[in-house]
Design a protein around this ligand. Structure first.
Ligand SMILES: Cc1cc2nc3c(=O)[nH]c(=O)nc-3n(C[C@H](O)[C@H](O)[C@H](O)COP(=O)(O)OP(=O)(O)OC[C@H]3O[C@@H](n4cnc5c(N)ncnc54)[C@H](O)[C@@H]3O)c2cc1C
Length: 397
């Protein structure tokens, strides 16, 4: 069992490629985008994912390239500061426990760590046929080929999942909450700091690094009706409508959105599947078990799952047994981490509960808010560590 096709060069796909290669497999990575996708906001790395990154010798480079936020402030709708927080609490970051890095920077570092491998950029799988001696794969732009295994690491809207397991709707749990991330010119001179603005059904986070002329905006909002347009123009219209009453610097930031080269938009949905594998095909990362950005754990979960999948394949003679072990051992960890998103989803949902909660939070003294933030930090750290990592030696290779 040697040739493995990985669909998706995101965090899950790249981590998997690294470990498969290390264990003697030959990974080929097909990525829909014409190049490595380096968009996205800050992502958190914590718990067992940090240990895996150490085992990949990537930890020092990530420490060097991480965001170095000196302070974080909350502002009201006019941009007046209402509170200042230590960065650990605002983003549940804690020195030694959590690392935060721009998603794109992490992907670049991971691709470097993978080294020489076959990448097929700008293409997608169009059909998968499981045969007795291998798996026959057709691509949109390249000739068909046979592999030993196919792994779907192609994110929330996975094509591999759709081709093998069926429509996304069966597995997707939508919260009616959406996120957009894009770069804008750093005209507000954000310098290693972040600004948050909370309002009912909306959340804005801006971050700028002192060495960059651009800053990043992350806008989250809920909508009463589900929105599923894949066209960026329709997505931007939806954002403009959601933020039509925005004041302070937001209208200028929104005006820059349409010229931004890294515009990203998606729903904050979770994926719940009864099985993550079928025959010679398995799923990993968001494709199998998205927890949504509201969990703050999607990237760490992708790293953990990819490490375990590669490790079990390397240690187990039979790929079916490896898939079963990967799934059985990872599921409790996934459940704990997916649960982290549920409170944020309720707060953002725009329900009566969220309206009451929103008003209540505005009245609470700082120390009570701090208590809840510390509690969230403890829960996140516990979930991020709720997996015992095995040492895989690839004895079956
Ligand atoms: C551009 C981008 C920006 C993001 N920004 C944020 C963010 O700001 N905050 C946050 O919490 N999460 C963000 N995410 C999601 C976050 O990266 C994931 O939740 C997490 O890292 C798990 O990664 P993953 O590899 O499973 O999925 P993803 O990171 O989604 O990676 C999937 C990869 O598969 C590729 N792909 C998709 N379809 C196909 C196909 N048919 N064929 C081949 N390749 C395909 C995608 O282009 C992507 O490179 C972003 C994802 C992307 C793609």
């Amino acid at each position: 069992m040697k040739k493995v096709l990985i669909s998706g060069a995101g965090v899950a796909g790249l981590t998997l490629a690294y470990w498969l290669k290390k264990f003697g497999f030959v990974p080929t990575i097909v990525e829909k985008h014409p190049s490595l996708r380096t968009g996205g906001y800050k992502v958190d790395l914590r718990g067992v994912a940090l240990e895996i990154l150490k085992r990949m010798d990537l930890h020092p480079a990530i420490v060097e390239a991480r965001t170095k936020i000196k302070y974080a402030v909350c502002v009201d709708s006019k941009g007046n500061q209402v509170s200042e927080m230590t960065p650990d609490l605002l983003g549940t970051r804690l020195e030694g426990v959590d690392l935060e890095i721009m998603r794109g920077t992490l992907c670049v570092l991971m691709k470097e760590a993978v080294g020489d491998s076959e990448y097929i950029f700008g293409d997608t799988i169009t059909s998968i046929a499981d045969k007795s001696d291998g798996i026959f794969v057709e691509f949109e732009n390249h000739p068909a080929r046979t592999f030993d295994l196919v792994i779907g690491a192609d994110g929330l809207h996975s094509t591999v999942r759709k081709l093998v397991f069926g429509d996304e709707g069966q597995f997707s749990q939508e919260f009616g909450v959406y996120i957009s991330v894009f770069s804008f010119q750093n005209f507000i001179n954000l310098s290693d700091c972040e600004i948050e603005q909370h309002s009912l059904r909306k959340f804005v986070n801006l971050y700028g690094d002192c060495n960059d002329v651009n800053a990043k905006a992350a806008l989250a909002f809920s909508l009463p009706q589900p929105f599923s347009f894949r066209d960026p123009q329709e997505q931007q219209n939806c954002i403009l409508e959601a933020f039509k009453d925005a004041t302070w610097e937001l209208p200028r930031i929104l005006a820059e959105m349409k010229n931004s080269s890294d515009f990203f938009f998606d729903s904050m949905a979770q994926i719940h599947m009864p099985r993550w594998s079928q025959g010679r095909v398995a799923l990993v990362g968001d494709a199998a078990y998205s927890a949504s950005p509201m969990s703050g754990q999607g990237t760490s979960m992708a790293i953990a799952g990819a490490y375990m999948l590669a490790g079990e394949l390397a240690e187990t003679r039979d790929y079916l047994e490896a898939f079963t072990r990967y799934e059985t051992e990872l599921r409790p960890f996934v459940k704990k981490n997916q649960d982290l998103a549920l409170m944020s989803a309720r707060i953002m949902s725009g329900s009566l509960y969220s309206i009451v909660l929103h008003r209540l939070v505005a009245l609470l003294p700082r120390r009570i808010i701090r208590y809840f933030q510390e509690k969230a930090l403890v829960e996140t750290t516990a979930a991020a560590n709720a997996l015992t990592l095995k040492d895989y030696h690839g004895k079956n290779r």
